[in-house]
Design a protein around this ligand. Structure first.
Ligand code: TGC
Ligand code: FAD
Length: 390
């Protein structure tokens, strides 16, 4: 048998289909050509300078909502979607977020729970990247426990009136439409709020030290009046937004592999060229231990992602298994990023190398879409049958 490829030690990608390999190569080439050269500058500036141009480019590649069927979406396999997330996050978690919030949260919510009219109106332009969407679940006092949300939607004649505040909303202030979740007398309901609706404002959250190449916002709903046709008719109860989260968490468990791989590759290359004590640092046993541990983490995470992707494509991936993948793969990526950063010495703290940028991003990735603790508790509940959430 051939010697292992240092960049794919367990040959995980050898089991991809030709179509999946095509998606991987296309997205990887796009990322390396269009995104990688600028990402450190965007991160340093704390912005994506041309989000509409980026949305059109990503939409042109068919990546938004790519595993959804119809309405201008590509209808690929879940594994292909995961590979796209992996390649995007190998550049930066903020770029994967840009794609997964649009496709897996805003579009998935409309696709799963929307009326025919809502799907026809919103999905094709969102798939093309002509319109940007966001997903508002988290509130200042309601993060891990979204069931405690205070945002209210009340009936007023034929209309709904929404009041409340959402926070930490990715793409919030650049979105053309926000999928907003609100409590009603009958439980949680979802609404599509077009930007510019009177009473609806979005304010950028500044001074982030993580996910800097990503727009994060607060959404304020002050007497926002919407027709019944803005409500997602099939969404009833908290299970609706949570089911959308499964889609995004699935993308993240692949994305984390990309961030981990990028850190490992940077470390491998640096170790081969950086010399101390008259030898490349790759020659020291302690460096090799770090690299070997990184290889194990990257490949375990990669296998987990591919396996869950195959289960998802077979319609057999339970949300507790997504929780397993989300927390274990993000934790693996955090371990890899920390080792890669240490291996770069002082250079590792600069934006000349990707390692600290990924390490800082992964702090957010471990927090959003359910913190590490929340997913541990989901797995804990699944194996013991006892809920320890409250
Ligand atoms: P609980 O009573 O357990 O559940 C309420 C109902 O929902 C069902 N359910 C799920 N359904 C589908 N998928 C899931 N993952 C589900 N988890 C639970 C459940 O069966 C029940 O259904 P029913 O019919 O019996 O009513 O709810 P709980 O209030 O105890 O909460 C459970 C918990 C803690 C797991 C959940 O609230 C949770 O996941 N919390 C974390 C919140 C979170 O992840 N927020 C993410 C916001 S979006 C975001 O971060 C975007 S980041 C940007 C990016 O993605 O790039
Ligand atoms: P809290 O829930 O207050 O948790 C604080 C700590 O307590 C955590 O360590 C947590 O694990 C722990 N904890 C809480 N409950 C328990 C428990 N039962 N047992 C043990 N430990 C517990 N939200 C959206 O709706 N849409 C978005 O687009 C979005 N984008 C985001 C982008 C960024 C950059 C960030 C940072 C967040 C984003 N979020 C978004 C919000 C994100 O989902 C929340 O931050 C996350 O769900 C955690 O909520 P919290 O920050 O309120 O933390």
């Amino acid at each position: 048998p051939p010697a292992p490829d240092p960049l794919d030690f367990l040959s995980v990608d050898s089991s991809l289909s030709p179509e999946e390999t095509d998606v991987r190569d296309t997205v990887r080439a796009f990322c390396r050509r269009e995104l990688l050269p600028d990402i450190a500058d965007w991160f340093e500036a704390g912005t994506i300078p041309d989000p509409r141009g980026l949305a059109r480019a990503v939409g042109g590649l068919g990546l938004f909502g790519m595993h959804l069927e119809g309405y201008g979406c590509a209808g690929t396999s879940a594994v292909a979607y995961g590979l796209a997330c992996r390649e995007l996050e190998a550049v930066d978690s903020g770029l994967r977020s840009f794609v997964s919030v649009q496709g897996s949260l805003a579009m998935a919510a409309i696709h799963m729970y929307g009326s025919e009219e809502q799907k026809t109106r919103w999905l094709p332009p969102m798939a093309a990247g002509e319109l940007i969407g966001c997903f508002g679940l988290t509130e200042p006092d309601s993060g891990s426990d979204p069931g405690s949300m205070r945002t209210r939607a009340r009936r007023d004649g034929p209309d709904w009136v929404l009041d409340g505040t959402k926070t930490w909303i990715t793409n919030g202030s650049i979105a053309d439409a926000a999928v907003v979740w609100a409590a009603t007398d009958d439980g949680v309901r979802g609404f599509v709020v077009p930007a510019g609706t009177p009473g609806f404002t979005a304010n950028v959250i500044h001074r982030k030290l993580s996910l800097r190449a990503s727009v994060t916002s607060e959404l304020v709903l002050d007497g926002v009046r919407l027709p019944e046709s803005a409500r997602l008719p099939l969404a009833e109860g908290l299970g609706a937004p949570l089911s959308c989260l499964n889609e995004a968490r699935y993308g993240i468990l692949w994305g984390a592999v990309g961030a981990a791989r990028a850190c490992y590759e940077a470390a491998l290359s640096y170790a081969a060229t950086r010399e101390q004590f008259g030898r490349p640092i790759a020659a020291f046993q302690l460096t090799q231990r770090k690299l070997a541990e990184m290889v194990v983490d990257v490949n375990h995470a990669s296998l987990t992602a591919l396996h869950l992707g195959r289960l998802k494509d077979a319609g057999a991936c339970h949300h507790n298994q997504v929780s397993f993948g989300k927390f274990s793969n993000v934790a693996a990526a955090q371990r890899v990023a920390a080792k890669a950063r240490s291996l770069h010495g002082a250079n590792g703290i600069t934006l000349e190398y990707p390692v600290l940028r990924h390490m800082l991003n992964l702090e957010t990735v471990a927090t959003y879409e359910g913190t590490e603790e929340i997913h541990m508790l989901s797995v804990g509940q699944a194996v013991t049958g006892v809920s320890a959430f409250r």
